[in-house]
Design a protein around this ligand. Structure first.
Ligand code: GLN
Length: 192
């Protein structure tokens, strides 16, 4: 089956997401991965990636481009990484971010402390047989997960991977590093 994936292209590592999804979809002829900048771009998409970047900036650009309601009402699956995880939460510790409320969880930005910019960890992720090399860059964590949220991975600082219905969110960057197992898991969960 061909799949149409959008990548929210307002700020952040948009190109990396486009490349990773294109690669994850190579065996599905007719599939496409397109940038999303305005509400009309969401039409007909099966899924949307919300990239890493700066969640305060992406939040401001979502408002500016009139995308807030359209994203809240998006019927496909969302694949959110890092800043994306902040945006899809229900509650965020920073008032500059207006969260989309797609996943009932509370998220804390820059949860590793300001002096720790990035970190790598071999992470056990529920549903994967082998650990995943997770790259955290000024990453958030979820400090509370609500009803229906499946926790896929956790580290001492908090929850770093979740699934809720057709949405998945990661505090790290599965779009970097060429390991596409989480993209495939997402496409499987979506049933496409
Ligand atoms: N610290 C950023 C934020 O909260 C996220 C960093 C990232 O996406 N790599 O927006």
């Amino acid at each position: 089956m061909d799949v149409k994936v959008g990548v929210l292209a307002l700020q952040g590592d948009v190109t990396e997401h486009i490349t990773a999804f294109r690669e994850a979809l190579t065996e599905r002829p007719g599939s496409s991965v397109v940038p999303v900048r305005k509400a009309a771009d969401l039409a007909g998409l099966d899924a949307l990636a919300i990239p890493g970047g700066e969640s305060t900036t992406i939040s401001r650009l979502i408002e500016k481009n009139g995308l807030y309601e359209a994203l809240r009402e998006f019927e496909g699956g969302v694949f959110a990484t890092c800043a994306g995880m902040v945006l899809v939460a229900e509650r965020v510790d920073d008032p500059r971010v207006r969260p989309l409320g797609l996943i009932p969880m509370r998220v804390e930005r820059n949860a590793f402390g300001r002096q720790v910019d990035s970190r790598e960890a071999m992470l056990e992720v529920k549903g994967l047989e082998e650990p995943f090399r997770a790259v955290f860059i000024r990453a958030p964590v979820a400090t509370e997960a609500g009803r229906g949220v499946e926790v896929l991975a956790r580290i001492p600082e908090g929850i770093v991977a979740v699934r809720h219905d057709r949405h998945m969110a990661f505090a790290f960057h599965p779009e970097l590093g060429g390991d596409l197992r989480l993209h495939r898991m997402f496409l499987e969960v979506l049933g496409v």
